[in-house]
Design a protein around this ligand. Sequence first.
Ligand code: CAA
Length: 261
Amino acid sequence: MAHENFLVELRGTTAVVQVNRPKALNALSTAVLTEFSALLDELHKNKTLRAVVLTGAGDKAFIAGADIAEMSAMSPVLALEFARKGQGVTQKIEGLGVPVIAAVNGYALGGGCEIALACDFILASTTAVFGQPEVCLGLITGFGGGVRLAEFVGWPRARELIYSGRRIKADEALRIGLVNRVVEPAQLLQTALAVADEIGANSPLAVKTVKAVMNKIRSEASVAARLDAEARAFSSVFSSFDQREGTKAFLEKRKAQFKGE
Ligand code: CAA
């Protein structure tokens, strides 16, 4: 199947999936999310796969977030649909019967960081930059960041990152446990493939079962309910001045003047 916004390559028993929308630093529009979702369904059907490596095309970004141009004109109703679409992708990543390794090769911001957080673990290049800058745009996390970031770094660090919108580099991400390993950019893909091969040498049934059970255990407190609460809160800010101002200011390349309403 041909992909418009993705490059997919099979390397042994690992699928290397690159988000490929360079003109917008691989930002996630509705069209990209729709294609992403269908691509995950395809991968789900492939019984020879043992792992997936997810990365961004180009050397600048993993995924620079959800598409701000699209969000700048969204109503609360559309924003709820959009959050659910993004969350659907994160849940398909978690539901895949093989581990998904995020190989973060640049900006992983907002929805991009949230996609990485839905992967089984994150490897990063020295050029990786992480952050949840939604509040800087008058928005909040919508693709599960408010649910999953704390699982990686703990609630206090997640709160600080989410409330401040501050970006952090790879070394800090490693220190706080957001990423498992940091390597030079040229080593990132081969490192991820080596880990994928290590996993691929094991019993596919055992890996699939343990992935599913770990997800089940961690979601006992109903991730679905938590995600639903987040999607609704995400949608609620789309009737605000600050959401319009924050996204518009980004597109006009100026500092936002927020009113708190
Ligand atoms: N959405 C849409 N377009 C984006 C984008 C995004 N998230 N991120 C970058 N782009 C576009 C830029 O508008 C620019 O387009 P033009 O060339 O047409 O002007 C192009 O990609 C290149 O970006 P920059 O010129 O800004 O590149 P830079 O190197 O100067 O800066 C950056 C890189 C720091 C990543 C900067 O692009 C940036 O801050 N991007 C936005 C990051 C962000 O705030 N992401 C979170 C979005 S909110 C979200 O994701 C909500 C959610 O949880 C669901």
